[in-house]
Design a protein around this ligand. Structure first.
Ligand code: ADP
Ligand code: MG
Length: 493
């Protein structure tokens, strides 16, 4: 690839549209009753319908329609009321029917948008970008071709054939590689919140094709696009787009034209390679699927589905700032996973120290989850334990640093252990009650009249000596913050 100077690059604009396929986590396949499950022995979840035997009839799994509608509602789409499926005809060994059943002219969801927050690198500054959706449609996945190394044959596993998919297609609105990564993060968060897909790009349950073109800044006509496949993480989608932008500018600057083609991303080199020139659209000979009856979405369906939807991250970020007075940063972190957000709200029903709850979750709890590789769904403390631990620390009965280490360690995965009793048993509690501490502190100060006088004359660093004496003389632990406050009060009076 030619090197292109920054000055030249800055004359061009990047244009990207993304196509995301998400495997829906339904029990069975989209048109057949075989299990929609991964990891089974090859070619075991393959009914005659999946195999496309003559005389068999597909039947629509209604659960997948509901999942697609949920996604559409979450993305502000219009939901189509009258829906049909189409056949997309092509030959490939992992496609036993000789066509893919999909939706061509009548996607179940039309229009819509997602707002994403993008940033350069680790920068604190971000920009918000609205990315319009073109459509979301339902279709089936194909089987899997396996090419064993050094073998002169290909293996076919048809377990995946007929897996329900939604394809989410954006308008060509993306202008920065970071916006593409941010968009994928938002899509993944939503499918996880809705419980319709695990959003795992590394394992391929969510896949992304990037359509990339460039044009001179100020041009209104779109440039020739290239489709990039084979990126199995958000980071790699961003890298592929970054590479492709420079490559295409280089092609145009050399006086050549960008070829319409499909390119593959190579993780190791960070480059894209031509795979095949793109088939013409009409090669697929789309036509309505005669074996499936049209399906209609009614007002009642929409009401019922809408009512069954959880609050979405977008709304929760807002709510966490308004209702719980959390900083924007906390709200974003706590709503990243639905289980975390739900847990936060459950704890906040038991204590009003919302920011303290957030500190616990973002601090010791998150570190624990990271270290153990657990998800928020495997929360190590019960709602009650965390609420009690927060109350104890907020009352000064123990310090946050002791609580978040020693008490936390004692409570982890011991749902029956009560926070206060555990803190007492481990001798972590500290005295912070003014009425108890004040006479005791007066007594200590009275033992050192000369030092007290010197302090009053300005030797403020004697405070440390008094603190030491107070701590030494006490038979129980004392809240050092409270003791310091009271000491100053006594010495200065
Ligand atoms: P095709 O007919 O090749 O499938 P579509 O018009 O269906 O193309 O668009 C597929 C995806 O490519 C969409 O996400 C769309 O936003 C995007 N796209 C279309 N034209 C361009 C372009 N010139 N540059 C970048 N992306 C584009
Ligand atoms: Mg298309």
């Amino acid at each position: 690839m030619k090197t292109v100077s920054e000055a030249i690059l800055s004359q061009y604009e990047l244009v990207v549209g993304l196509e995301v396929h998400a495997q829906l986590s339904a029990q069975s396949k989209i048109f057949a009753a075989d299990a929609n499950r991964f990891g089974d022995a090859p070619n075991t979840n393959v009914s005659v319908i999946t195999l496309g035997h003559p005389g068999t009839l597909p039947m629509l799994n209604e659960a997948v329609v509901e999942m697609a509608i949920k996604m559409g509602l979450a993305c502000h789409c219009e939901i189509s009321r009258y829906n049909i499926f189409d056949r997309k005809n092509y030959f490939y060994p992992d496609l036993p029917k000789g066509f893919q059943t999909t939706q061509d002219k009548t996607p179940i969801c039309k229009g819509g948008y997602l707002d994403v927050k993008a940033r350069k690198g680790n920068s604190k500054d971000y920009w918000i970008k609205r990315i319009r959706l073109n459509r979301i449609h339902l279709e089936e996945d194909a089987g899997k071709s396996i090419h064993p190394a050094d073998a002169d044959y290909t293996l076919i596993d048809l377990n995946r054939a007929g897996t329900p998919l939604i394809e989410i297609v954006t308008e060509p609105d993306i202008r920065q590689p970071e916006e593409a990564a941010a968009y994928l993060a938002v899509v993944r968060r939503i499918v996880r919140y809705l419980g319709i897909c695990d959003g795992n790009m590394e394992e391929g349950s969510m896949r992304c094709d990037a359509n990339v073109s460039v044009r001179k800044k100020g041009d209104t006509k779109l440039g020739q696009k290239v489709e990039i496949k084979n990126m199995n993480s958000m980071r790699n989608v961003q890298r592929a787009i970054e590479y492709e932008f420079v490559r295409q500018v280089g092609v145009l600057e050399s006086g050549a034209k960008v070829t319409s083609e499909t390119r593959l991303f190579d993780v190791n080199s960070g480059r894209t390679f031509a795979m095949r020139t793109k088939e013409e659209l009409n090669d697929y000979r789309y036509f309505p699927e005669p074996d499936l009856a049209p399906f209609v979405v009614t007002d009642e369906d929409l009401m019922r589905i809408r009512a069954a939807m959880p609050e979405l991250p977008e709304q929760l970020v807002e709510k966490f700032q308004q209702v719980y007075q959390l900083p924007e940063y906390d709200a974003a972190v706590l709503t990243d996973e639905r289980e975390m957000a739900v847990y936060f709200e459950q704890v906040c029903a038991l204590t009003k120290h919302y920011k303290a709850v957030s500190n616990w979750l973002m601090g010791p709890v998150k570190s624990y989850l990271n270290e153990t590789g657990k998800t928020a769904a495997e929360m190590p403390l019960t709602v009650r334990q965390l609420a009690d631990a927060v109350e104890l620390t907020e009352q000064g009965a123990l310090s946050f640093s002791v609580a978040s280490k020693e008490l936390f360690a004692a409570l982890v995965n011991q749902p029956e252990a009560a926070a206060e009793a555990t803190a007492r048993r481990l001798n972590l509690l500290q005295e912070s009650n003014t009425d108890t501490l004040l006479p005791f502190i007066r007594e200590i100060v009275a033992k050192f009249p000369n030092e007290a006088a010197a302090y009053r004359k300005g030797k403020k660093n004697l405070l440390g000596m008094f603190m030491g004496e107070v701590m030494k003389a006490s038979s129980v632990k004392i809240d050092p913050k409270k003791a310091g406050e009271l000491l100053r009060q006594v010495l200065e009076s």
